[in-house]
Design a protein around this ligand. Structure first.
Ligand SMILES: CC(C)(COP(=O)(O)OP(=O)(O)OC[C@H]1O[C@@H](n2cnc3c(N)ncnc32)[C@H](O)[C@@H]1OP(=O)(O)O)[C@@H](O)C(=O)NCCC(=O)NCCS
Length: 192
C-alpha cells in the first residue's frame, strides 16, 4: 500500500441504509449543524469543544478534501438517501494515521445525536473497515479515551472490535489533561 492506494480508493460507499461520500462543499452546512446539535455528547472530540461557524465548516471540509486528494487519509460523510442533507446527515467517519508498511490505519467516528442507537453509525463504520481491508490494511484500530463510556461500548459491542488494552498517559485530552486510551482493533482475515 501507499498514498496512491488511497488516492485511487472509492469516494462513495453504499450500505443497506446509507450513502457515504468523501468531503464536498455542500456537506459543510449539515455537518456543522449536526456538530452544534450534538455538542453535549462530544466532550472527547478535540475539535468539537464549542459551537462552530459555517465558515469554519467550509474550511474544515475544504481541508479534508485536500487531504483525501493527497492520499493522507480517507473521510466519509454518511447520509440517509432520499432525505434532505440536513435531515439525513448521520455522521462522519475517517480512516487516518495510515502506516503503509504494516499496513494499518485508525478509524475515527462522530455521529449525529438524532440518529443514535439505530445501528447507523455501526453500519457506516463497518463499511469503512471493510474498505480498509479491501485496500490491503491488515489491521484497523480505534483508540478511545478510557472515560468515553459510549465510545468504549460502541467499539467493543456494536463494532465487535477486540479490546487490546490500555495505553496509559498516552495523550492529552480535549481539556489538556494527560489521559489513558483504550486500544481496540479489527483484523483482516485475508492479511498475510
Ligand atoms: C460512538 C458513536 C459514534 C456511536 O454512535 P451511535 O449513533 O450510538 O451508534 P449506533 O446507533 O450504530 O450504535 C449501535 C447501537 O444501535 C443499536 N441498534 C439499533 N438498531 C440496530 C441495527 N439495525 N443494527 C445494529 N445495531 C442496532 C445497537 O443495539 C446499539 O445499541 P446500544 O448502544 O444500546 O448497545 C457516538 O456515540 C458518538 O458520535 N460519540 C461522540 C464522538 C465520539 O466519542 N467518538 C468516538 C471517538 S473515539
Amino acid at each position: 500500500m501507499d498514498r496512491e492506494t488511497l488516492i485511487r480508493a472509492p469516494r462513495e460507499l453504499r450500505t443497506p441504509r446509507l450513502l457515504l461520500a468523501a468531503p464536498r462543499p455542500e456537506f459543510a452546512a449539515p455537518f456543522v449543524a449536526s456538530l452544534n446539535r450534538s455538542l453535549p455528547g462530544l466532550g472527547y472530540i478535540a475539535w468539537a469543544q464549542r459551537p462552530q461557524t459555517p465558515d469554519w465548516a467550509v474550511r474544515f471540509m475544504r481541508g479534508g478534501l485536500e487531504d483525501v486528494e493527497a492520499g493522507e487519509y480517507l473521510v466519509f460523510y454518511a447520509f440517509l438517501p432520499g432525505r434532505e442533507p440536513d435531515e439525513g446527515y448521520v455522521g462522519r467517519i475517517d480512516l487516518h494515521s495510515w502506516d503503509f508498511e504494516a499496513p494499518r490505519c485508525e478509524v475515527g467516528y462522530v455521529g449525529d445525536s438524532r440518529h443514535a442507537g439505530r445501528g447507523l453509525m455501526r453500519e457506516a463504520v463497518l463499511a469503512c473497515v471493510q474498505l480498509a481491508f479491501g485496500l490491503g490494511a491488515a489491521r484497523v484500530q480505534a483508540l478511545s479515551e478510557a472515560g468515553n463510556a459510549r465510545a468504549l461500548h460502541f467499539a467493543e459491542r456494536a463494532l465487535g472490535f477486540v479490546r487490546e488494552g490500555v495505553l496509559r498517559h498516552y495523550e492529552r485530552d480535549a481539556q489538556g489533561r494527560l489521559g489513558d486510551q483504550v486500544m481496540f482493533a479489527a483484523y483482516n482475515p485475508d492479511a498475510r
